[in-house]
Design a binder for this molecule. Sequence first.
Ligand SMILES: [Zn+2]
Ligand SMILES: [Zn+2]
Length: 314
Amino acid sequence: MKWISPYLEEGNWYKGNLHTHTHVSDGGFSVDYAVIGYQHMAKHDFVVLTDHNYLRKMNPDKAISFEILNEQYKEKNFTIIEGREESFAHHILGIGVKMIYGVDSIRKDAKDYTLEDYQFLIDCIRQEGGLVYMAHPHWREFDHWSAQDIMALDGIDGIEIINGNRFSGPGNLATDVWDEVLSKGKKVWGVANDDCHSPATFWVAWNTVRAKSNSKSDLLAALKQGSNYFGNGAEFGRIEVQEDTLIVECSDRNVFQTCVKIFRFIGKDGECLKMQCGMERYAEYKAKGDELYVRVELILNNGMVAFTNPFYLV
Ligand SMILES: [Zn+2]
Ligand SMILES: [Zn+2]
């Protein structure tokens, strides 16, 4: 019996936000400002620009040349990835796919959208080679994306567990939906994103991806296999499996920033299988054998969190 880790053994850790809006749709920043902000201020390694693709606010004249943008940032080793937020009714993130202008084939009132319509949008993203994430499950109404809906759709890579746009409000955290889906046997990864529309939602939640490099192809390949943890500032210095034992350690930066660290090992139905609270920076979990999955939450006493993706036993 041993744990299978979603994390790449070789590689480095790269930080980035998978969900950003610009002047191309309803974002508060120009493309240049958004990119400068994430590269220069947040010191991230990549950003995905995911403007809304609904017609009302789209302006093809503002189309972004990702080739030119990436050329400009090559020396800074910063990667800008194209994406879009399918926003016809409930939102779906397509990562690594181009903005499509004029997609109007299934436009209708939000209440009339069916799961077949959403499956069509997901299939479009996959056909273009993109990754699919269900955006902000608790946006406005509690069941923007219910576990039931997510179970009924195929081709989903992950769920946006933390959405920075609602970081200070209720309903921003979707671990309940995630655990329900994982407990029903569907393997989907978690991500945390700014959903940046304004300075208030800039650099509040992000992903730390273990990848071979921060090239678009290496980042997408790593995300595809779940080689990321995510949160709003807590950092893991170590995420490791040794046979039937999961080992996590918080980074040096967190040791100096704070004292109390809570490690929670979460299993089926969101049950906390083990919790450790105190000064200790290291925690481990030994498999019992009947866990469907285990994921780890690191919570610091300054409010910062970091969540791993789930581990499975073989
Ligand atoms: Zn959205
Ligand atoms: Zn958005």
